[in-house]
Design a protein around this ligand. Sequence first.
Ligand SMILES: Cc1ncc(COP(=O)(O)O)c(C=O)c1O
Length: 377
Amino acid sequence: MAYKYCLNEPTLDGNEIKYVTDVLQKGWLSAGGEYTKRFEQAFASLIGVKHGLAVQSGTAALHTAMLAMGIKPGDKVVVPNYTCGACVTSVLQAGAEPVVIDVEPNTFGMDVRILEEVLKSQTIKAVMVVHVYGFPVRDFDKIVELCKQYHALLLEDASEAHGATYQGRNIGTFGDMAVFSVRSEKMIGVGEGGLVLTDHTEFYDRARFFASRAAPHRSEKDPWWHKYIYTDVGMNYLLPHLLGAVGLAQVEKFPEILKRKRTVGYLYKELFSSVPGIRLQEIAPSSEPCFWLNCILLERSEEEVRRMGTELMMRGIEIRPAFWPLGDLPAFKRYASGSQEQAKELFRRMMVLPSSAKLTAEGVKEIVKEVRLLMEN
Ligand SMILES: Cc1ncc(COP(=O)(O)O)c(C=O)c1O
């Protein structure tokens, strides 16, 4: 179905066509092209981190980060239950054990009190923090502090949070590593892609090593006949050149994309503030979201929420459901630690609304009006 208002659309009005054409004319389509290198550098400096590695998805970025940080069988990694399944599968791919905990009900991010309990009672190798829908987690400074205190590595999954800030600093600069997704509906989109960011040169080198088949003897200095010597179990994850070209053009446009997303987000916030029976995702103190997505939580039964969402879709407004609580899914249930009730409640009450950077003020007003009408009936 073609929607009048899509959940998200890519903004492709910069140098995308010019750069892609250049790549096609020059003929290097594979990994390691000049545009990809520029994309990695531009993205890393946009966020304010030393090293950036572009890979084929956010999922691949998470797996790469796990291996780069040395996560291995026997290790435990804390993962929030309200996020993409890739967060849990990346831990499992590294052979480690996810400890899936419930989230804080207002920002939908990691709950610092639950995290502290887990850190006190178990040996945890790493903590994965997810900034849901581009909203930084609450009490992030305390989470960072707890990770230090308990010697746990901190991985920021900033897949949804390009440009969001906490205490004036970009999300993605707080952990030992950060990952971003750049699939096409994200803040920056190349089709399918992801980035691994870190200030630690050792982690960066390991990320590049594992993402390029664990074949380290490929530089100009190495004897040519060493090219196919694999020294570990690696993957072929590096981003192809055509997508690197799109990525560079997207980074150039990012300030404008971010501005538009925030305009949409703040307008929703203002217009919904006076609607009874509707709650919005909360902005944590000292943070500014990038508003990748805007959602509403309805004081209605699960059946009512579903009916209203279906009705909105029939009126051309694309609706996305909440994440299914990861600790409640058959594939991941055995990794659930404690109650998963907060995420279940989010699932029952939530509708995610169109949040495209191309959405006009009139569009936002119309969507809010349609929701209000349904609430009244
Ligand atoms: C928080 C989060 N982490 C990881 C991913 C995985 O990224 P990708 O879809 O690029 O593999 C996503 C989804 O896109 C996500 O929202």
